[in-house]
Design a protein around this ligand. Sequence first.
Ligand SMILES: *Cc1c(COP(=O)(O)O)cnc(C)c1O
Length: 347
Amino acid sequence: MLPEAVLEQAKAEMLDWRGSGMSVMEMSHRGKEFVSIAERAEADLRELLDIPANYKVLFLQGGASSQFAMVPMNLLRGKAKADYLNTGQWSKKAISEAKKFCQVNVVASSEAVNFTTVPARDTWKCDPEAAYLHYTPNETINGVEMHRIPEVGVPLAADFSSTLLSRPLDVSQFGVIYAGAQKNIGPAGLTIVIVREDLLGQTVTGTPTMYDYAVQAKDGSMYNTPPTYAWYIAGLVFQWLKAQGGLAGMAARNQAKAELLYKAIDESGFYKNPVDPAYRSWMNVPFTLPDEALDKPFLAEARSVGLLTLAGHRSVGGMRASLYNAVPLDGVKALADFMADFQKRRG
Ligand SMILES: *Cc1c(COP(=O)(O)O)cnc(C)c1O
C-alpha cells in the first residue's frame, strides 16, 4: 500500500512535472529536473534515517535478491568466509546465493522450530575470520522481527526489505543495509543500499561493473539509467514520512497497529500466530484459522469488505496481514472487527 496523498500528487504531476512540460517518465536521468528530484530524495532519506556522512546511499535495480550476490561480491574484501544467521525464508535465499562466492558459516538457525523465533545471541557460533555477518531483521514470510541490533565484531550486512523506515534505525551499527523498495518504501524496481564508505573498492575478481558498489557510488547511482520513476515516487514517500513526524512518528503508529492485531489474535481463541512474542514482527503478521477449509471463505469475505492481499505466502499457508507504513490504524481496526465477526459466524 502507498499513501493516498503520494498517489494523488503523482497523479497531479503525471503529465507535466512542475511546469517542465514533461512527465517524470519522459525526463533524461541526467537532466537538471530529474537530478533535482534524485538529490532531494537522497537528502530526505538521509534526514529521515540520520545517515552518517561516511555512508553512501545508492538507488539501484535488481531487487533485494540481487543484493544476495552483491553483498558477498563487495564485502568479502579478500576474505574467504562470511557469517550468516538463518531466521527464515529470506535468510535461506541469501545463504544459498552467498555460497557461490564464499564459505558460509551459519552461526545459528531457527529452522528446526519452523522459524518461529530467533536463536539467542549467546548461542551464535561466529567465525573470527568471517568478513561480515549477514542477517534479516524482519522475515517477511515468517513474521519474525529482531527488535534489537545484534552486537558482533565484524561489519553487519542486513536485509531490511520489509522494515526499513518503519521506525528509527542506528545506521552507524551497519556495514551495509539494503532493501527492495516495494514492501515499505515505494514501487517495485528500486533497491535502496546504504553502505559504509571504507568497505568499498575491494570487490571479488570478476564482479560485473553494475554490481560494484564503488562504481555506483562514484556515479551517483547513474552508471547506467536508474529506475527514475520509482526513485521519484520513493522521494514523494520520504516527504510524506517527514510530514507524519518522521520515523519516530511511524514507530508509534506501527507499534499501535501491531499490538492491536496481535491482541485480537491472542484473545480470540480462534486465530493463532505461532511466533515467539519477543520476536513478533510489527510489519508482517501471519495467522491461521482453526481449519484450513475456512481459509477460502475468509479471504473471499475479507475481499468483499475491501480487505485485500491477506493470503499467506504459498510456502507457509494461512493468512498474513502486512502492516506497512501506509496502512492506517483504522485499516487494522477494520481487519480486527472483520475477524471477530467472521469468528462469530463461523467459529
Ligand atoms: C521481498 C523480500 C526479498 C526479495 O525482494 P526482491 O526485491 O523481490 O528481490 C528479500 N528479502 C526480504 C526480507 C523480502 O521481504
